[in-house]
Design a protein around this ligand. Structure first.
Ligand code: GLU
Length: 605
């Protein structure tokens, strides 16, 4: 959650910090603030509410400085108040700190500091940091020594950036929370994510946990906790700055839904040999997984639905596979052996529950693989192997293009597993791979022809919305309902079609439209379920590739998907459901890109 920005060597530090915070708004936050260094000391403004409130406050009462730090807070310790907003300072006001994460030992540090005479202004865990730095300075340490020694006292997770005394430098570090360095011409940026500074530079250094960064107008250094230089390569980001902005669409979410033909092409690119129909994963040559006996897939929310999809697919192909919510996995601790492969599915690569699940799996001896969208994210460093989904930046809080890319990447991985684990070299499902190769075009067809908006309009006054599907369409139903509820705030539930009679049918009325997903897998049975809900008066919207067949004949409305292999049809069906959710939320005038109470990147458990 939350976002950090920092800049030094730039012309307009205040503008640059505020602009960076705006570009990190997608991460979810409840208050925002900046601190800049000038001749007189540190000037600071912070406000509860949106970044626009902070901008207004700075316009009314301008502050200026040559470099600075900024923050969007998602409160974990202490209420949502101006006082608890970051940056935090010591009593002299000569040290300012922004922090993302949770300092678990802050209570004992705070008591110790208070008994040494320090006065605290906020209820946050973060505030111990500037006081610790101040205490070290008082003991004669240099700013760098004071910063390192303070960080050495912290337990928990943190990305930190700070201004200390009169030193023209930003001191920063990370451990368990994201932080990247942007390198421009004589100007340097630190941020939780690249979009914060992409308009200034496309040169990025991905930092690792335990790295310390000191950025000055003359350059930057990255060192370990002992001060020894560490080599972190400069990488070139290929996104054009437009990719990280709305590019003409009203909402990021709608832009991202429409980007799916391109994002899916990137996911597949170079991994699917269209001629041979074979899967060629550069990261995983044939034989990589020959020892694997079972697969566990962990993830939360949308990523969990992608994991459920893949687990069903693997089971269908004869490989023991189970999907778990990461938060539950860490609690129930399913037995693993060294021949268990645990796949962590996380868009951001920073999901706290998933990192925790992976740490436990590793400690128990399992082999681990990260499936993520974010290069250099924490999960890629925690796992033995990684496969990037390459969906590009996703700013809308509700995951869309990353779900289709996760599922597609997992399907490619499935084929590698089938070859390696079952030893069936011709095991690659040629017809499935042909359908995957056609998927970007099929998705474009859905985007060009969808009548999702009319469906959303037709049913906008309903009481609840239900989504049903069988087999691989079950996780698609769950994902359809999740998307609907998170952005429209309307009640929506997904069920396995087979479960209806065992409870959910009691909720069905003429005011509860049911979206029934037909992917060509046991459609007959789902057709019976459709008739059962219709018999209770519920209207049915069928998602099917056969607009002229029996399903369409009985359905009240149809959302058509291109004809394809049943294993792949769930992906295009999901695109229709993304569009229904989007239009329903738009009709209700919801803040689609930033739904209430939700955050893009869930870095706390
Ligand atoms: N734990 C800190 C607080 O509650 C930082 C939260 C965040 O990551 O925004 O202020």
């Amino acid at each position: 959650m939350c976002g950090i920005t920092a800049c030094i060597g730039t012309d307009e530090s205040v503008d640059s910090l505020l602009d960076g915070l705006r570009r990190l708004e997608y991460r979810g936050y409840d208050s925002a603030g900046i601190a800049v260094k000038n001749q007189a000391g540190i000037s600071l403004t912070k406000r509860v509410g949106e970044v626009s409130e902070l901008v207004g406050a700075v316009e009314r009462d301008p502050i200026d400085g040559t470099f600075g730090i900024g923050h969007t807070r998602w409160a974990t310790h202490g209420g949502v108040t101006d006082n608890n907003a970051h940056p935090h300072t010591d009593e002299s006001g000569r040290i300012a700190v922004v922090h993302n994460g949770i300092i678990t030992n802050y209570q004992s540090l705070r008591s110790e500091l208070e008994s040494n005479g320090h006065k605290f202004e906020s209820e946050t865990d973060t505030e111990v940091v500037p006081h610790l730095i101040e205490e070290n300075l008082r003991d004669g340490a240099t700013p760098e020594e004071a910063f390192r020694a303070a960080v050495g006292r912290l337990n928990g997770t943190y990305a930190l950036a700070s201004i200390i005394g009169d030193e023209e430098a930003i001191f920063a570090t990370r451990s368990g929370s994201p932080l990247v360095l942007g390198v421009g011409e004589g100007e340097y940026f630190l941020a939780s994510d690249v979009p914060a500074f992409i308009q200034h530079t496309d040169q990025v250094v991905y930092l690792h946990d335990g790295d310390f960064i000191i950025a000055r107008p003359s350059g930057y250094e990255v060192t370990d906790s002992g001060g020894r230089p560490v080599d972190r390569p400069l990488k070139y980001i290929e996104w054009d700055p437009e990719t990280a902005t709305k590019g003409g669409y009203e909402h990021f979410m709608y832009k991202e839904i429409n980007e799916q033909p391109g994002s899916l092409r990137r996911t597949i690119h170079g991994r699917l040999n269209a001629l041979s129909g074979g899967v060629e994963l550069e990261e995983f040559p044939p034989g990589t997984f020959s020892d694997v006996e079972q697969v566990h897939i962990v993830g939360m929310g949308t990523s969990h639905h992608a994991g459920m999809f893949a687990a069903s697919l693997l089971s269908e192909r004869g490989i023991p596979a189970y999907a778990f919510m990461s938060g539950e996995y860490a609690v129930i601790k399913p037995p693993v052996t060294e021949n268990t492969l645990v796949i962590a599915v996380t868009q951001s690569g920073e999901t706290a529950d998933t990192l925790d699940a992976i740490r436990r799996a590793r400690a128990a001896g399992a082999r681990t693989l990260a499936l993520t969208n974010v290069v250099g994210s924490s999960i890629t460093r925690e796992c033995d192997d990684e496969l990037l989904i390459r969906a590009g930046p996703e700013i809308g809080v509700a995951a869309t293009k990353t779900f289709s890319s996760q599922v597609t990447a997992l399907m490619l991985l499935t084929e590698r597993f089938v070859e390696d684990i079952t030893g069936n070299k011709s095991g690659v499902a040629r017809d499935v791979m042909d359908s995957l190769a056609r998927l970007p075009g099929d998705v474009q067809e859905v985007l060009d022809t969808s009548n999702a908006r009319e469906i959303a309009e037709e049913y906008q006054d309903s009481d609840s919305y239900f989504f049903i599907g069988r087999g691989l369409a079950h996780p698609v139903a769950l994902e359809g309902a999740l998307k609907f509820k998170e952005i429209s705030y309307e009640h929506a539930e997904g069920f396995a079609a087979s479960e209806l009679k065992h409870g959910p049918l009691a909720l069905v009325t003429p005011m509860t439209p049911v979206f029934a997903i037909f992917t060509g897998f046991e459609d007959e049975a789902t057709l019976s379920n459709m008739k059962e809900v219709q018999a209770r008066g519920a209207p049915v919207v069928a998602i099917t590739s056969d607009p002229d067949g029996e399903i369409a004949e009985f359905a009240d409305h149809v959302l058509t998907i291109p004809e394809t292999h049943p294993d792949v049809a769930g992906i295009t069906a999901n695109i229709q459901l993304q569009l229904v959710a989007y239009h329903a939320a738009k009709l209700l005038d919801r803040p689609i890109d930033k739904p209430r109470n939700l955050a893009k990147c869930v870095t706390v458990e």
